[in-house]
Ligand binder design. Sequence first.
Ligand SMILES: Nc1ncnc2c1ncn2[C@@H]1O[C@H](COP(=O)(O)OP(=O)(O)OP(=O)(O)O)[C@@H](O)[C@H]1O
Length: 312
Amino acid sequence: MIEVRHLSRHYGALKAVQDVSFSIDTGEIVGLLGHNGAGKTTIMKMLTGYLEPSAGTIRIDGLDIAEQRREAQRRIGYLPENCPLYPEMTVLDSLDYQASLLGLAPDRRPAAIRRAVERTELGAKATAAIGTLSRGYRQRVGVAQAILHEPRILILDEPTNGLDPAQIQHMRALVRELAREATLIISTHILQEVEAVCGRVLIMRGGQLALDSRLDAIGRRPRLVVTLDRDPDEALPALSALDGIGSAVLLDQDGTRHRFALETDDAQSAAPGVARAVCERGWSLHGLETERQDLEALFGAVTLERMEATHG
Ligand SMILES: Nc1ncnc2c1ncn2[C@@H]1O[C@H](COP(=O)(O)OP(=O)(O)OP(=O)(O)O)[C@@H](O)[C@H]1O
């Protein structure tokens, strides 16, 4: 179980992650999706205890990562982006070295290494020098390193980055296999990646969480999209407290106008109540529509920010 509350990270004036909250249950496979620079790696580094948040809390199985970092880290396996490996080491040496860094007792190492090699199907390359391996095999070594201590939570940053189509297929099969025993968070900027392996998606946009949805809900349940000239701080609590509304998130902003998406079981029936509540507060209603949450809309949420970034 991972609980993230009001997590922020600033680099000087740059707000790389802003007030992000989510919970992940045991056994879930969650895709963290967003364009380059959206804040995915920053979140992953904070989840793994390698980067301190500027604000907010992270709990791993109830352990506060700021206070019980070592203990929390023992439950996590991490494949960093462009996983650094020593090219002159063999696969086995590399795994043995990582096992020692993880603090595995020497008598437990051979069994742990054997199991990691089997699960990542690295047997044929076990004695090969890492520098001679294809990128796909090097990624598998990175994954083998991450699972040596049999963590219950696995965090994979761009696991298919730079792989060819056959290697991507293999990595996806490996991810599904790993998910039988661990909770998985996979960062990617590829929508198809999420569709292929994840049950749930978190979309980051400009450092903020723009969408948190189960994939099987996408394309089925329409949402209500309301446009108001109110700040999210004021509008979100009011909107999410309305009868029949499960949650409210900010979609985007154009000047002072903000578009909010409201999750509801029945968007058509909830619409009049939303319109009434907005008018009762004396707010201007600039738009109210039902929106089917299909994959295109999901993708739009991501690409919009890319356009904003491109156009400054
Ligand atoms: N150490 C750092 N110092 C300053 N700025 C940083 C640092 N690390 C990341 N950033 C900036 O923070 C923002 C978020 O970066 P981050 O790497 O978390 O994004 P990302 O979603 O993982 O992107 P990518 O898909 O390119 O890996 C970017 O604007 C990035 O330039």
